[in-house]
Design a binder for this molecule. Sequence first.
Ligand SMILES: [Zn+2]
Length: 213
Amino acid sequence: MNHFNADMLRQGVQNVRSNFYNEEGYDNSVTPNQVRYLRILANQIGKDYLNRVEAELQKGLGVRKASALIDELIRVKNERTVEFQKISVGISLSSLKSGYYAVITDSNSIRFFRITNVDKVEEGIDKKWLNWIFVREQAGDNFFKVGSQNPALGYYRGNYQREMETIIKNPLESLKLYGKTIGKCGVCGRTLTNAVSRELGIGPECLKNVGGY
Ligand SMILES: [Zn+2]
């Protein structure tokens, strides 16, 4: 035997209402499958959308509006996935040639890097390092390893993501900045004595192919 109580009555009235009146005029109320899908999507996106979906359900949602909301959630989910992949995958240094690079940082200081792209097997280098890229930071005359790119991964792993991003955007500028600031060729590291070379940051020999860029 069925027992009716105030809650059930209210729910019943709400169901009837939502079938005939809502913001969009006549519409059927949201289906259980839509509710389930909305919650799954919101859960995958994050707390902001979980709250949003629950608020919309509370207000009462028609099939059409639920469908539009599902489309929106799918779009947001895809956007955030792309953003997440960008952050977690990082940036590829594969286009960089071996050389010396300088970067002006966010705090307006300057950092110096030596990047070694093992793009060919040379004498004295184990061939297991082929296609690895090593990043060292220069401090005085010392070079400290600050990350590398494993060819199997294809992106830089290290603490200087933003700096590497700046170099990638304009490697030639970073090479020249190194040469102008340190007084050594950004491509080969030899001391620049010629006035024009010092102005450019690259020596006359290396200028012929501007470091391969
Ligand atoms: Zn040079």
